[in-house]
Design a protein. Structure first.
Length: 181
Protein backbone atom coordinates (compact mmCIF):
# COMPACT_ATOMS: atom_id res chain seq x y z
CA UNK A 1 0.00 0.00 0.00
CA UNK A 2 1.31 3.47 -0.86
CA UNK A 3 1.75 6.22 1.74
CA UNK A 4 -1.21 8.34 0.63
CA UNK A 5 -3.48 5.30 0.56
CA UNK A 6 -2.46 4.44 4.14
CA UNK A 7 -3.09 8.06 5.18
CA UNK A 8 -6.61 8.02 3.67
CA UNK A 9 -7.49 4.68 5.28
CA UNK A 10 -6.25 5.71 8.75
CA UNK A 11 -7.96 9.11 8.54
CA UNK A 12 -11.29 7.43 7.76
CA UNK A 13 -10.88 5.09 10.74
CA UNK A 14 -9.91 7.92 13.12
CA UNK A 15 -12.99 9.88 12.05
CA UNK A 16 -15.19 7.00 13.29
CA UNK A 17 -13.85 7.09 16.86
CA UNK A 18 -16.11 8.36 19.62
CA UNK A 19 -14.65 10.74 22.22
CA UNK A 20 -14.98 8.05 24.90
CA UNK A 21 -13.01 5.61 22.71
CA UNK A 22 -10.31 8.22 22.13
CA UNK A 23 -9.95 8.89 25.85
CA UNK A 24 -9.91 5.21 26.77
CA UNK A 25 -7.26 4.53 24.12
CA UNK A 26 -5.08 7.41 25.33
CA UNK A 27 -5.32 6.15 28.91
CA UNK A 28 -4.30 2.63 27.86
CA UNK A 29 -1.47 3.76 25.59
CA UNK A 30 0.09 6.12 28.11
CA UNK A 31 -0.29 3.57 30.94
CA UNK A 32 1.88 1.26 28.81
CA UNK A 33 4.40 4.05 28.23
CA UNK A 34 4.57 4.82 31.96
CA UNK A 35 5.72 1.27 32.62
CA UNK A 36 8.67 1.34 30.24
CA UNK A 37 12.22 1.72 31.50
CA UNK A 38 12.74 4.41 28.84
CA UNK A 39 10.03 6.58 30.42
CA UNK A 40 10.93 5.82 34.03
CA UNK A 41 14.59 6.72 33.46
CA UNK A 42 14.01 9.82 31.34
CA UNK A 43 13.86 13.26 32.93
CA UNK A 44 13.70 15.34 29.71
CA UNK A 45 10.85 14.25 27.44
CA UNK A 46 9.74 15.78 24.16
CA UNK A 47 5.99 15.28 23.71
CA UNK A 48 3.55 16.57 21.12
CA UNK A 49 0.47 18.65 21.81
CA UNK A 50 -2.24 16.53 20.24
CA UNK A 51 -4.60 17.50 17.48
CA UNK A 52 -8.20 16.25 17.73
CA UNK A 53 -7.45 13.25 15.49
CA UNK A 54 -4.31 12.17 17.40
CA UNK A 55 -3.90 10.16 20.59
CA UNK A 56 -4.48 12.84 23.23
CA UNK A 57 -1.45 13.87 25.27
CA UNK A 58 -3.22 16.46 27.42
CA UNK A 59 -4.06 14.27 30.42
CA UNK A 60 -0.64 12.64 30.38
CA UNK A 61 1.12 16.03 30.30
CA UNK A 62 -0.97 17.26 33.26
CA UNK A 63 -0.42 14.03 35.22
CA UNK A 64 3.37 14.01 34.95
CA UNK A 65 4.19 17.73 34.61
CA UNK A 66 6.41 18.69 37.52
CA UNK A 67 7.71 15.16 37.99
CA UNK A 68 9.17 15.06 34.48
CA UNK A 69 10.48 17.96 32.43
CA UNK A 70 8.35 18.11 29.29
CA UNK A 71 9.08 19.92 26.05
CA UNK A 72 6.96 20.59 22.96
CA UNK A 73 7.97 21.31 19.38
CA UNK A 74 7.33 24.61 17.63
CA UNK A 75 7.43 25.02 13.87
CA UNK A 76 10.16 27.36 12.66
CA UNK A 77 10.25 27.42 8.86
CA UNK A 78 10.72 23.81 7.75
CA UNK A 79 12.11 22.65 11.09
CA UNK A 80 10.89 22.03 14.61
CA UNK A 81 12.50 23.73 17.57
CA UNK A 82 12.13 22.47 21.13
CA UNK A 83 10.81 24.58 24.01
CA UNK A 84 9.80 23.82 27.60
CA UNK A 85 6.15 22.92 28.13
CA UNK A 86 4.12 25.29 30.27
CA UNK A 87 0.37 24.94 29.86
CA UNK A 88 -0.13 28.66 30.46
CA UNK A 89 2.35 29.61 27.73
CA UNK A 90 0.81 27.96 24.68
CA UNK A 91 -0.60 29.69 21.65
CA UNK A 92 -2.05 28.56 18.36
CA UNK A 93 0.78 28.15 15.90
CA UNK A 94 1.38 26.51 12.57
CA UNK A 95 -1.19 23.97 11.39
CA UNK A 96 -3.53 25.04 14.24
CA UNK A 97 -1.41 23.24 16.84
CA UNK A 98 -0.88 24.79 20.26
CA UNK A 99 2.82 25.56 20.54
CA UNK A 100 5.02 26.91 23.33
CA UNK A 101 5.96 30.58 23.30
CA UNK A 102 9.23 32.20 24.27
CA UNK A 103 12.82 32.10 23.11
CA UNK A 104 14.27 29.51 25.50
CA UNK A 105 14.85 26.75 22.93
CA UNK A 106 16.54 23.53 23.98
CA UNK A 107 19.06 21.45 22.05
CA UNK A 108 17.84 18.04 20.83
CA UNK A 109 20.83 16.49 22.64
CA UNK A 110 19.17 17.34 25.99
CA UNK A 111 16.13 15.19 25.19
CA UNK A 112 16.17 11.60 26.48
CA UNK A 113 12.80 10.40 25.19
CA UNK A 114 10.63 11.57 22.30
CA UNK A 115 6.95 10.62 22.08
CA UNK A 116 6.22 10.92 18.38
CA UNK A 117 2.83 11.35 16.72
CA UNK A 118 2.20 9.57 13.47
CA UNK A 119 -0.43 8.52 10.98
CA UNK A 120 0.77 4.89 11.06
CA UNK A 121 3.59 2.65 12.26
CA UNK A 122 4.72 -0.82 11.27
CA UNK A 123 6.19 -3.62 13.34
CA UNK A 124 9.79 -2.83 12.40
CA UNK A 125 9.61 0.79 13.52
CA UNK A 126 8.80 2.63 10.32
CA UNK A 127 6.61 5.68 10.86
CA UNK A 128 4.31 7.44 8.45
CA UNK A 129 3.72 11.09 9.27
CA UNK A 130 1.57 13.71 7.62
CA UNK A 131 4.08 14.15 4.82
CA UNK A 132 5.95 17.37 5.61
CA UNK A 133 9.05 15.74 7.17
CA UNK A 134 9.16 17.94 10.30
CA UNK A 135 9.65 15.05 12.72
CA UNK A 136 12.10 13.15 10.52
CA UNK A 137 14.35 16.24 10.35
CA UNK A 138 14.16 16.68 14.14
CA UNK A 139 14.56 13.00 15.02
CA UNK A 140 17.67 12.74 12.85
CA UNK A 141 19.39 15.18 15.25
CA UNK A 142 18.80 13.30 18.52
CA UNK A 143 19.94 10.06 20.14
CA UNK A 144 16.85 10.01 22.38
CA UNK A 145 14.62 6.94 22.53
CA UNK A 146 11.85 7.41 19.98
CA UNK A 147 8.40 6.10 20.88
CA UNK A 148 5.55 6.09 18.38
CA UNK A 149 2.07 6.06 19.90
CA UNK A 150 -1.15 5.36 18.07
CA UNK A 151 -4.51 3.69 18.07
CA UNK A 152 -4.33 -0.03 17.46
CA UNK A 153 -5.49 0.34 13.83
CA UNK A 154 -2.57 2.71 13.18
CA UNK A 155 -0.16 -0.21 13.53
CA UNK A 156 -0.04 -1.72 10.05
CA UNK A 157 1.85 -4.56 8.39
CA UNK A 158 4.19 -2.46 6.27
CA UNK A 159 5.01 1.16 5.52
CA UNK A 160 7.14 2.12 2.52
CA UNK A 161 10.32 3.66 3.96
CA UNK A 162 12.69 6.16 2.39
CA UNK A 163 16.32 6.78 3.37
CA UNK A 164 15.47 9.99 5.29
CA UNK A 165 12.73 8.31 7.38
CA UNK A 166 13.71 7.85 11.03
CA UNK A 167 12.61 4.59 12.67
CA UNK A 168 10.99 4.35 16.07
CA UNK A 169 12.64 2.43 18.91
CA UNK A 170 9.22 1.46 20.30
CA UNK A 171 5.64 1.50 19.08
CA UNK A 172 2.76 1.50 21.56
CA UNK A 173 -0.95 0.91 20.92
CA UNK A 174 -3.76 -0.03 23.30
CA UNK A 175 -2.83 -3.73 23.22
CA UNK A 176 0.46 -3.59 21.35
CA UNK A 177 3.95 -2.96 22.63
CA UNK A 178 6.73 -3.37 20.09
CA UNK A 179 10.31 -2.88 21.23
CA UNK A 180 12.41 -2.55 18.10
CA UNK A 181 15.78 -1.61 19.60
Amino acid sequence: MEKNEIRRKIKAMRNLLLETEKQSAADEIFARLENTAAFLLADHILMYHSLPDEVSTRGFLRKWNGRKKFYLPRVNGVNLEILPYEESRLELGSFHIEEPTGENTVSPEEIELVVVPGVAYDRIGNRLGRGKGFYDRLLATTHATKVGVGYEFQIVDSIPAEPHDVKMDMVIGQQTFIHIR
